[in-house]
Unconditional design. Structure first.
Ligand SMILES: Cc1cc2nc3c(=O)[nH]c(=O)nc-3n(C[C@H](O)[C@H](O)[C@H](O)COP(=O)(O)O)c2cc1C
Length: 316
């Protein structure tokens, strides 16, 4: 199998700096910021910059912008150049109401001329300094699957890379993603195509590659509580086998996650946010539900650490 680049998908509320660094420790190739509002970046750049801070260790680092006004997105891209990311992605796939209401995210799939104008404007603003990608869905609903023409139009407008999450906007995150769409786009496009959607294991990563011949794989929810998935996928594609995670590694990785979070956020924020993050490490394990309940009532990081140590210690 060829050496295929692996991407951590942007998951707003989850793929913060702590989780991104953790995935980098486990061999992910590309990291993407949580989506950043182009309007916000221009209006209150200080606050927004804080939100998308990244370190050299996280490179190659992609900043994802969302918005609906070509001129605003272009200004935001110009501004971004000063932060020196490795490339810029435009979110054209977010189905959340408050985003599509503003004509951004996957609302753009209903307005290809506007999407094209955005790509042209941002491409101009980047002036060849760094590449530009777009991340989009299969279409608005099952009666309007326009991913192929849409992707080619974005390519012709200047996108250097296409990333497809093959669900419709109406589907949100339900049902299964349709990998046939990734294969069809890959056949039609001349720029690289990244496949995204429902890769949750080394086996499913290999299956996506075989079925679609995509040029890269982007993984979101499958990596939550499993940052080692990237390393396992690489091992599996290379050798046909992979090492299962040990309970020791589970403990050290979950503790590391907590420590990384404490490096970048206040403890009370970390304690609150880690409730949803840490529950992914214990899914399916005996006693996991009780641990999650206990952690939900913890008030300090040290308490959480103790409970994690006891839990994984008892599993050994
Ligand atoms: C909680 C959550 C937050 C997300 N945030 C973003 C986002 O900020 N930008 C984006 O392009 N996609 C976002 N997505 C979509 C994911 O990047 C990805 O396309 C989708 O989850 C399918 O991939 P997966 O099956 O590997 O998770 C989000 C998805 C979820 C579940």
């Amino acid at each position: 199998m060829p050496d295929i680049p692996l991407y951590l998908a942007p998951l707003a509320g989850y793929t913060d700096q702590a989780f991104r660094i953790l995935c980098k420790d486990w061999a992910v190739d590309y990291l993407v910021s949580e989506m950043v509002s182009a309007d916000g970046l221009i209006r209150d750049s200080r606050k927004t910059i804080e939100f998308m801070r990244f370190t050299d260790y996280e490179r190659p680092f992609v900043v994802q912008l969302f918005g609906s006004e070509p001129s605003v997105l272009a200004k935001a891209a110009e501004f971004l150049l000063e932060m020196n990311p490795d490339w810029v992605d435009i979110n054209m796939g977010c189905p959340v109401k408050k985003v599509i209401k503003r004509g951004a995210g996957s609302a753009l799939m209903k307005d290809p001329p506007r999407a094209e104008a955005i790509v042209r404007a941002v491409k101009d603003a980047l002036a060849g300094n760094i590449p530009l990608s777009v991340k989009f869905r299969s279409g608005w609903d099952s009666a309007s699957l326009n991913y192929r023409d849409y992707g080619l139009r974005m390519q012709d407008a200047g996108a250097d890379l296409l990333c497809l999450h093959p669900r419709t906007t109406k589907q949100m995150f339900s049902g299964l993603s349709n990998w046939d769409h990734i294969g069809a786009l890959k056949q039609a496009a001349t720029v690289p195509v990244i496949g995204n959607g429902d890769v949750i294991s080394p086996e499913s990563a290999k299956k996506m590659l075989e079925e679609t011949h995509c040029d890269g794989i982007m993984i979101g929810r499958g990596a939550l509580g499993k940052p080692w998935l990237f390393k396992q996928i690489k091992e599996y594609l290379e050798t046909g086998n992979y090492h299962p995670i040990t309970k020791d590694q589970l403990l050290t990785t979950s503790l590391k996650h907590l420590d990384y979070a404490l490096n970048s956020k206040r403890e009370d924020v970390v304690v609150r946010e880690m409730r949803s993050q840490l529950c992914h490490y214990t899914k399916g394990l005996p006693g996991g539900a009780e641990l999650r309940n206990t952690i939900n009532h913890c008030q300090s990081a040290i308490e959480i650490k103790q409970h994690l140590s006891n839990f994984f210690g008892n599993l050994l």
